[in-house]
Design a protein. Structure first.
Length: 310
């Protein structure tokens, strides 16, 4: 029962997050220079044609009224019509969402599979050459901008070696470089967090007790230390997963990947307010849901956390 109450509270907070994020983005877009009507009609349009287009798009109302209408319609599942394509925003966003989701999940899987073992081994072999080199590599990874890393991968694997396609979504091979770009940037955070958490756990009394009972060190690490060290790692994986969806905006444009990130950038350039808000709303929902799932998984890993809600 306590778990259900906690989930209900988080869902309510999700609504406030969505309202806050969309309101902030809406106001920034409203203050941005340019007019969507002029962008659509061209610089040679007459003032009368521009005004008629503004009325057609609903831009003649005050900004707060426009936002209120967006929220009311969005609550009913209607995100409006794209200024740029004259198509329902929900159709465009959800048509591209699977591409972004596949790319994000591929990046998360690569990052988790590589970085968690790296962090665990670095902690077990503390102060060795492996530990130093892995943390230097993590520091380099967290310092590299994703767009720069993506360009380097294109130059190496597409231009020089010709192994992989440099743009588009033509199959699994075209996903390798964008997913690897997302993964390498996020691996550093996961590896460093896993290492720090493991170092803290292996110094606990119950680990020393298990060792004193004669258990092999590998068994102590595998059955006792890793399980308790995964809670901070799970937190950072959740944050990284949400962050990768935001980072996909840049990576999708570098590799011309047909996802929401690319749609968002095109919509910003054309001042397509409904599509921008639709993309941002979906990002906010995904990030909040991911964090809710991470919080609920805490109880599965550590029963003491689950007992707090019972």
């Amino acid at each position: 029962m306590g778990y259900l109450k906690y989930i209900g509270m988080r869902l309510v907070s999700l609504l406030f997050v969505i309202i806050g994020v969309t309101f902030f983005v809406f106001m920034i877009m409203s203050l941005a220079p340019g007019c969507p009507a002029v962008t659509l009609l061209g610089d040679g349009a007459t003032p009368e044609a521009v005004e008629a287009k503004r009325i057609e798009l609903g831009l003649n109302y005050p900004a707060i009224v426009q936002y209120g209408r967006f929220i009311i319609n969005a609550a009913q599942g209607d995100f409006g019509t794209s200024f740029r394509t004259n198509q329902p925003v929900s159709n465009e966003v959800f048509a591209r969402f699977p591409s972004t989701l596949r790319l994000t999940m591929a990046g998360v899987v690569i990052a988790v599979v590589l970085s968690i073992p790296l962090g665990i081994i670095a902690a077990v072999k503390q102060n060795t050459m492996f530990d130093s080199m892995s943390m230097i590599g993590a520091l380099i990874g967290v310092s590299m901008p994703s767009f720069w890393l993506g360009i380097l991968l294109i130059l190496l694997f597409s231009v020089q070696l010709g192994w992989l396609p440099s743009f588009g979504a033509t199959g699994w091979r075209s996903m390798i470089m964008p997913a690897l770009t997302l993964a390498l940037v996020s691996m550093a955070s996961i590896a460093r967090t896993t290492r720090s958490s493991m170092l803290e756990v292996v110094r606990q009394d119950y680990i020393r007790t298990a060792r004193a009972k004669g258990l092999p060190y590998s068994v102590v690490i595998r059955k006792h230390a890793i399980r308790n060290a995964m809670i901070p790692t799970l937190t950072i994986v959740g944050l990284v997963m949400g962050g990768l969806m935001g980072g996909a905006v840049i990576v999708e444009n570098v590799f011309a990947w047909p996802g929401i990130g690319r749609l968002l950038i095109m919509s910003i350039h054309s001042l397509d307010m409904p599509t921008v808000l639709g993309c941002i709303t979906l990002f906010a929902v995904c990030f909040s849901v991911i964090n809710l799932i991470v919080d609920l998984l805490y109880g599965l890993i550590n029963p003491r956390i689950r007992s707090q809600y019972s």
